[in-house]
Write a protein that binds this ligand. Sequence first.
Ligand SMILES: O=C([S-])c1cc(C(=O)S)c[n+]([C@@H]2O[C@H](COP(=O)(O)O)[C@@H](O)[C@H]2O)c1
Ligand code: NI
Length: 435
Amino acid sequence: MKTLVLDAFSGISGDMFLGAMFDLGLDQGEFEKNLSKLGVTGYHVTVDRTARSSITGTDFDVILAGNAPKDQGFIEDEHDQVHKHEHSHGTHEHTHHQPHGHQHGRNFMMIKQLILESTLKTSTKERAIDMFEQIALAEAKVHGKKIADVHFHEVGALDSIVDIVGAALAVEMLQIDKIIINNLADGVGTIKIAHGIVPVPVPAVMEMQLRTAIPIQKRFDVHTELITPTGMAIVKCLGDEFNVTAMDGVLEKTGYGFGKRETGSLNALRASLYNSKLSHQDITTTNDQVLLLETNLDDTTGQQLAAVIKQSLEVGAKDAWAEPIVMKKGRPAYKLSLLVSPQKKELFVKFIFENTPAIGLRLQLMQREIMERRIEIAKTAYGEVRVKKLSYHGITKFSLENDDLRHCVQGTKENLEKIKYAVLQEIENNKNEGE
Ligand SMILES: O=C([S-])c1cc(C(=O)S)c[n+]([C@@H]2O[C@H](COP(=O)(O)O)[C@@H](O)[C@H]2O)c1
Ligand code: NI
């Protein structure tokens, strides 16, 4: 099971969410191919890996054809009234029945129809429609309109369609089962939008928060909008839990999606992907670094050495062993070797000085090639046996947990080879079922 944790300390918008998903490894080509199933043209997306405050992350943007300015995503339908639109280059006024480079676009029903008629997967359609509906409902409520009267600007609609359908696609393409949102924060003060000056959180975001348990913290150091209506729709429709600190499983990846506003601090959404199918013994890389600690001991006993090896493994050494050597002056002695994670250097240097007569030791940082490993349980008639499934660039093999095999032997009085055979058969059966 894959859990996505969004650390929304600087809020969330459609661009930030998608930037974070690309930073986690979402494939741009596949994403664009899936998005094209909507049959909408007139845009392209940019995915730039860049750095902000010395942190690398991804900047995602939707570029509209002919460089049309990105308008506010949606408006209430008031055709005879004069609107102010804040574009990237400033604010302009116009009436909606005048030609002004963008025409009135689709309302919620039209966008719903567009999504329904596409060849997207049903689950993607449902997620996207749900988010659009939340925004349309909030807009309708804020402006006292019917949902059918809330129109999405032609250009803004394109941006919203890509952000919203894109968010639904990203979650499915990355096979995310659950989304946790932590530290969701918005700024304070007011911002200028199509309606004029509005308070932060902006009205549509406040409306979507109503009657929910979605916690929004205030960032008093940020005087602008951090949560956009699209961001809040993602939170409301895709979020499962909030402010969860203890996570199950292994943290597999982490990424950053950058926001467009200048906030005075790092404006990013951090996304972390946890895999709870992996246990802490599972390893998902084929190389790493290890630290080898060695010392020659000519004044220790066999009993002390055996205890030190056992204890070092208990406190987290990856491996520990002793080799007989002949030292200077022809003294028979032992070389003690501990293989540890480089981060645990201090702990194990102290461990050797505290638990052996050593007065010096050698350190060597080493590159290691390892097979990826996943622990699975084989259920046999003789009992359960843990099996390490090992793989390395096309090579696969299995390693059966010896302690479990011995346990089965003791429990059933059956011979070891027969039990091993049963485990291998079980692995084979599972493999065939999975195919
Ligand atoms: O254009 C309209 S009607 C509009 C309404 C609101 C309300 O909260 S009401 C907010 N906004 C602002 O538009 C931009 C774009 O938002 P997206 O979610 O489409 O990215 C954002 O600054 C909103 O606060 C517009
Ligand atoms: Ni307009």
